[in-house]
Design a protein around this ligand. Structure first.
Ligand code: 6PG
Length: 483
């Protein structure tokens, strides 16, 4: 697109950390003219002198100059740290905006903050778009997956730019209007929760290969590389192969063996778990991933516990025989596939409940579609998920789709084998186990919740219902004869 005329810019970007910088360059490469602003002027100057050099990027050095440079309605992408900085920058920008201008928060904001900001910004006569952006630095530059929420009208004003800069898969540009208010950031939060689950599952199968099969990280990398040509094909498996094979130049050892085993987190996975509790819709694989990162951070305690708590391989407790390598690797491939399906079923089920609860009218097929490229969880598996929700937009659980029912049934015995192996060797598998337990619980027409109801009624007269007749019942347990 040529210059919008009267010397104005098509879009403004506030915040020139790496994501803001890369998105500005992506916008420019696709023929839209950006203006940029950063709180620290030196950062703007550096950008213009380096990566922005020779590009149609206009640097501005006050918010007044920035706002004046933009065509109307202004389209302003905020790429600042989630939390208080977003409110601060809105406050500073507001005096320079006019009715109908559009503010887009492209950070990983908590969706309830986005709901609040949507109302506050609308009250001032502007439009607010909370947009999840996935794909990391490379994605921002070459094509991210984007999850914008907010007024449909604002989306229409942004659509040409967003569709141009988005990743493209065979199913189209990886962007769609998600829904009102905080819906976009909510969907990004679920994406990140699923990302946590995927990474934990990959880590667990690698742990089984390391400890039960005695494989080196580079050998495990070869397995990931092979898996990436099949049903597990995905960005995370692809980069797992690269990371596993990387050799540390300082020590000559696989770099993963040198990296301290404490996983950090910025909070999106934890937010997903908290929200799932609020909505009463379990996502145990994501929970297991969040919990596992927390346990990993207790490194000194784990080191101490490893000297006092015994298990397979400890003094006097023999390790089992090493199982057949190829058969175990095959079982692990199916176990990972099964667990991924279980995890996605959980995440999508939570999305459905959220859509109903918050009245967002989410389109699950579209959400799966925009995850087929650009984002961190992009995977071959997303296409059949998209198909499942295209065939039945009201699908209560992904496992009820005939394709996924078949896949789950075909791989279930292998996840049991993988978990058996891990148990025999004393290897923790919280996410694999959570994936299997979710499916086992779902396929149990009868669960021991009957006993729980009896206990609740015993100590608190909480009442129960019966299987054989309608109504609400209470028993005077102390007076009843026990058999
Ligand atoms: C993405 C990523 C991105 C970020 C994660 C990391 O979709 O591009 O999810 O948003 O890398 O939020 O999260 P943690 O630091 O919590 O692992």
């Amino acid at each position: 697109m040529a210059d919008p005329g009267h010397g104005k810019r098509h879009v403004g970007v506030v915040g020139l950390a790496v994501m803001g910088e890369n998105l500005a360059l992506n916008i420019e490469r696709n023929g839209f003219a950006p203006a940029v602003y950063n709180r620290t002027a030196a950062r703007t100057e550096e950008f213009l002198a380096t990566r922005g050099k020779g590009k149609d990027v206009q640097g501005t050095f006050s918010l007044e100059e920035f706002a004046a440079s933009l065509e109307r309605p202004r389209r302003i992408l905020l790429m600042v740290k989630a939390g208080a900085p977003v409110d601060a920058v809105i406050e500073e920008l507001a005096p320079h905006l006019e009715e109908g201008d559009i503010l887009i928060d492209g950070g990983n904001s908590l969706f309830v903050d986005t709901e609040r900001r949507s109302t506050e910004v609308a009250d001032r006569g502007f439009q607010f778009v909370g947009m999840g952006v996935s794909g990391g630095e490379e994605g921002a530059l070459w094509g991210p997956s984007m999850m914008p929420g907010g007024p449909a009208e604002a989306y229409e004003a942004l659509r040409p730019i967003l569709e141009a800069i988005a990743a493209k898969s065979e199913y189209g540009p990886c962007v769609t209007h998600i829904g009102p208010g905080g819906a976009g950031h909510y969907v990004k939060m679920i994406h990140n929760g699923i990302e946590y689950g995927d990474m934990q599952l990959i880590a667990e199968v690698s742990h089984i290969m390391r400890r039960a099969l005695g494989m080196t990280m580079p050998a495990i990398g070869d397995v990931f590389e092979r898996w990436n040509t099949g049903k597990l094909e995905s960005f995370l498996i692809e980069i797992s192969a690269t990371v596993a094979k990387h050799i540390d130049p300082d020590t000559g050892k696989p770099l993963v063996d040198v990296i301290l085993d404490k996983a950090e987190q910025k909070g999106t996975g934890r937010w997903t778990s908290i929200n799932s509790y609020e909505l009463g819709t379990p996502i145990p694989v994501i929970d297991a991933a969040v919990i596992s990162r927390a346990i990993s951070s207790f490194k000194p305690q784990r080191e101490y516990a490893s000297t006092i708590l015994t298990g397979p391989g400890s003094d006097g407790i023999k390790l089992p025989q090493v199982p057949d390598r190829e058969a175990t690797i095959d079982a692990l491939e199916d176990a990972l596939y099964f667990s991924k399906i279980s995890s996605y079923a959980q995440g999508m089920a939570l999305l459905k409940v959220a859509s109903d609860t918050y009245e967002w009218n989410l389109n699950f097929a579209e959400i799966a579609r925009i995850w087929t490229a650009g984002c961190i969880i992009r995977a071959r598996l997303l296409a059949p998920i998209m198909d499942a929700y295209t065939n039945d937009p009201d699908l209560a659980n992904l496992m009820f789709d005939p394709f996924f029912t078949g896949e789950i049934n075909a791989s279930m015995s292998h996840v049991r084998t993988a978990i058996h192996t891990a148990l025999d060797f004393g290897i923790p598998t919280p996410a694999l186990s959570a994936a299997l337990n979710y499916v086992d619980a779902y396929r149990s027409a009868v669960l021991p919740a009957d006993l729980i109801q009896g206990l609740r009624d015993y100590f608190g007269a909480h009442t129960y219902q019966r299987r054989d007749k309608e109504g609400t019942f209470h028993t005077e347990w102390m007076e009843v004869e026990t058999s």
